[in-house]
Design a protein around this ligand. Structure first.
Ligand SMILES: [Zn+2]
Length: 427
C-alpha cells in the first residue's frame, strides 16, 4: 500500500469515527445551502485566482471540503433532484425528455420527506419554477416559499428566511433549505459588486439571454461576462455571510450542520459553448461540496470522488437514520472506495450524453452524434488532451445510460415551462 493510500485510509477512519451517526446527532439541525450555477473552479477554496468567495472559503476551512464532487446532471431540475433523492439522473428521470418535462415521483422519499417523518420541522426558500410545486420539489416541507421573478435577488431570499425564523416559533431540530440563484444568467450584479472584477461594471454586459452565438467569438465580451459572473458569486457569498451571521446571533448555528452544494456549473467558451446544459465538461459538472458543523474536523480535505447523490445518504448516516436501500449515493463519512464510479448525464433538447468518472479518468459519450472523449481530469483539468477510451469505463457508461428509471415521475406538459427552458437557452 502506498504511503498516500495509508494516509487517506487513516484519515477516513478518523473522519468516520468523529462523524459516526449517534443518538445525539439526531437532534442536529440541517442548513442545506443550494447555490445555482456554481462551478467549483470559480471559488477560492478550489484554487480560483479571483477573491470570489471569502465566506465559502471560511466555511470550507471550518469543516470538510470535497475537492472532486461531480453533478449528476447538467441543469437545475435533474441536478437538484439528485441532491434531494440520492439518485442518479437515469434513476429519477426528472427533467426534459422527448419534449416532455417530468417532476418528482410523489412516492419517492426525499431529504425533506424523510426528515419530516423523523420529527424535523422543514422549511424551504427557493427561486425558479424548477424548484417549485409544479415539479413536486415542495413535498416534505412544512413551510415553502418560492419566488419565480427574475428581479428577486438572493438578498430577498435571505431576508425571507431570517424573517421567518424571527417571527415564528420554529421547533428544533429543523431542516432549512435555501436556494441562491444570483450566479445564474443574466449576470447583473448590484453595486458595489458590479465593479469588483471589471471596471466597466454591467456596461457592456447583456440583458438578453441566451448569448447570441454571433457574439461567441468576441473574446473581450466573454471575459467581461465571466467577470460579471464572478461578481454575482461574490454577491451571493456576501449574502451567505449575512445569513450565517444573523443565524448565529439568533442562536441557530451552534447545533447546525451546514451543507453547501450546487446543481451545476457554468461555461465561458472553454469548449465552444456558454451557459450550461450543453455538455458534461468540468465547467458544467464540477461543483463544490462542503460540510461544516458539530463533530466535523475543521480543515478536512477529501480528494476522493463524490457526487450530488451522496448528500442524502451522508445526512442520514450522520443523523443515525437508516439509509433506504434504493439510494445510489454513499455515506461520505464512511469508507469512500477509491475506484468508485460517479455517473453524470445531460438530457435536454437535442442534447443527450452520459459520463463516468473513475479515479481521475473521465469518459464522456455524446449519444448524438455518437462520439467518445476521455480525459485525465487531474493531469489535464482543462480536458484538452484526448486519451484513448478505456473499454471497461465505456462499458460502465453504456450500462449507466441503459439503466432503467426506478421512479414514476410526474409529467408536466405546461408550455410555460417549455418556453422557460427556451428562454434559458436550453432548447
Ligand atoms: Zn440551475
Amino acid at each position: 500500500m502506498k504511503a498516500s493510500t495509508v494516509f487517506i485510509a487513516l484519515f477516513l477512519l478518523l473522519l468516520s469515527f468523529s462523524c459516526t451517526g449517534n443518538e445525539e446527532n439526531r437532534k442536529v439541525n440541517i442548513l442545506l445551502v443550494l447555490i445555482d450555477t456554481l462551478n467549483a473552479d470559480h471559488l477560492g477554496c478550489y484554487g480560483y485566482y479571483r477573491d470570489t468567495s471569502p465566506t465559502i472559503d471560511s466555511l470550507a476551512a471550518s469543516g470538510v471540503i470535497f475537492k472532486s464532487c461531480q453533478a449528476q446532471a447538467s441543469w437545475t431540475l435533474p441536478g437538484m433532484t439528485s441532491i434531494y433523492t440520492g439518485l442518479s439522473e437515469r434513476s429519477h428521470h426528472c427533467g426534459y425528455y422527448d419534449g416532455t418535462l417530468y417532476g418528482l415521483d410523489p412516492e419517492m422519499p426525499t431529504i425533506s420527506t424523510i426528515l419530516q417523518q423523523q420529527g424535523y420541522f422543514t422549511a424551504a426558500f427557493v427561486r425558479t419554477e424548477f424548484m417549485g410545486n409544479e415539479f413536486g420539489m415542495d413535498k416534505g416541507y412544512d413551510s415553502f416559499w418560492i419566488s419565480k421573478e427574475w428581479s428577486t435577488k438572493d438578498v430577498v431570499t435571505v431576508d425571507t428566511l431570517l424573517s421567518y425564523f424571527s417571527n415564528n416559533e420554529v421547533s428544533e431540530p429543523f431542516l432549512a433549505t435555501i436556494h441562491f440563484y444570483d450566479p445564474h444568467s443574466p449576470y447583473q450584479p448590484p453595486s458595489p459588486f458590479d465593479t469588483i472584477f471589471t471596471s466597466s461594471g454591467t456596461t457592456g454586459g447583456l440583458d438578453d439571454w441566451p448569448i447570441d452565438t454571433n457574439l461567441w467569438s468576441d473574446t473581450a465580451l466573454i471575459e467581461h461576462l465571466e467577470a460579471l459572473y464572478d461578481s454575482e458569486i461574490r454577491c451571493t457569498d456576501s449574502q451567505l455571510s449575512r445569513l450565517f451571521q444573523s443565524m448565529r446571533e439568533m442562536g441557530l448555528m451552534e447545533n447546525t450542520i451546514v451543507i453547501l452544494i450546487a446543481d451545476h456549473g457554468e461555461e465561458f467558451m472553454e469548449h465552444g459553448d456558454t451557459g450550461h446544459a450543453n455538455n458534461l465538461y468540468q465547467q458544467t459538472i464540477h461543483i463544490p461540496l462542503i460540510l461544516s458543523g458539530p463533530g466535523i474536523e475543521p480543515g478536512s480535505v477529501i480528494s476522493l470522488n463524490a457526487g450530488q447523490f451522496d448528500v442524502l445518504p451522508t445526512v442520514l448516516a450522520y443523523l443515525d437514520i437508516p439509509i433506504p436501500n434504493h439510494i445510489e449515493g454513499i455515506n461520505l463519512f464512511g469508507d469512500i472506495p477509491e475506484d468508485r464510479i460517479i455517473p453524470s448525464s445531460g438530457v435536454v433538447g437535442d442534447t443527450s450524453m452520459a459520463a463516468c468518472l473513475q479515479e481521475t479518468i473521465k469518459l464522456m459519450w455524446f449519444v448524438e452524434p455518437d462520439s467518445l472523449e476521455t480525459y485525465d481530469i487531474a493531469a489535464d483539468p482543462g480536458e484538452m488532451d484526448l486519451l484513448p477510451a478505456d473499454s471497461l469505463l465505456l462499458e460502465k457508461v453504456l450500462s449507466y445510460w441503459a439503466s432503467p428509471c426506478i421512479c414514476t415521475p410526474t409529467c408536466n406538459d405546461s408550455l410555460d415551462f417549455v418556453n422557460k427552458l427556451q428562454a434559458l437557452g436550453y432548447l
